[in-house]
Design a binder for this molecule. Sequence first.
Ligand code: SF4
Ligand code: SF4
Ligand code: SF4
Length: 344
Amino acid sequence: MVPVLSDLQKGERVKMADKLKLAIARGATCSGCDVEIVDINEKILDVIKIADIVYAAVIMDTKLKEVEKWDDGYIDITFHHGAIRDSENEHIAKLFRKKSKILISFGSCSCYGGIPGLANVTNKDEIFKESYMDTPSTVNPDFVVPLPEWKDETGHKLTLPRFYDEVFSLDDIVTVDYYLPGCPPLVTQINQALDAIISGKLPPKGSVLASEKALCDECPREKPKKINIERIYRPHEIELNPDKCLLEQGIICLGPATRAGCDAKCIRANMPCRGCLGATAAAIDQGGSILSAITSILAISDKETQLSEEDIEKLVGQIKDPLGTFYRFSMPKSLLRKVEKEKK
Ligand code: SF4
Ligand code: SF4
Ligand code: SF4
């Protein structure tokens, strides 16, 4: 007998004979998430004791057509990585939702739209123009662009997935049961999620399988009581003190607005947090949250009356690519995007 969701949530251990069926489905992905799953090394031995992997495009040859024939709910748990950017991604998302008892959004592309979601600052036509017409790296004298349907000289019809005008997260398309964010989620996070599955101790549906705290809480650097910075630097422009908070040194670090759980991996390598674990449990909008934290530490807040508009603009202008910096992983989920869509 295959264990069902209620068995897993009741905290019952999975019996060896009752192997779970696991799947790894993919949307618009760089496959870094696949690589991280393979990186769990010997943990895979614990996984195969309790589960069979029934679909994983990167390591197996199971076809989607076969998945389509399976009963609904046939798969116990699907890990889905990648955003939804075209009609094939959408088909896969809906198919695996239907065939799975539990669907886990795996990685920040799937949870929030991730890096592909940055394309939401533009649209399909602009992207095709840049990629196939204006590009200096492609020889395309006839300005051919990918078409969803095309007939060759024999009348044979060829099809391609339809490229959407915007990028979506998985839960924009289907209901998601759990979220495992990160770009990619770290092996420690994956192992914790697998332990919860193996021991049947998954939290309530809708949970994010990561810490509730902010990254600053697990950051080992000295945190001053008050920060007041007059200049913003990029990491290569300054010699960084490895013990002091990066924000205090004028480096944009998304730690205050980012969920903890990675043991401050980038910070320990003397690089600022870019926010890949997404917003903290308390923040609605990751970009808005870090923007408000940064505004409060810029010298503007203390000297507003003495600074001219030009000075303020200069100070804020030191933040390179604010949209890409503050919403690198979460643009499709941002309030900014929501407001823009509502206006349209
Ligand atoms: S979350 Fe990161 S590693 Fe995973 S598919 Fe997206 S870009 Fe790649
Ligand atoms: S802002 Fe960055 S460097 Fe400073 S405490 Fe938070 S995570 Fe650490
Ligand atoms: S420090 Fe930030 S960007 Fe780096 S792994 Fe952790 S959450 Fe992601």
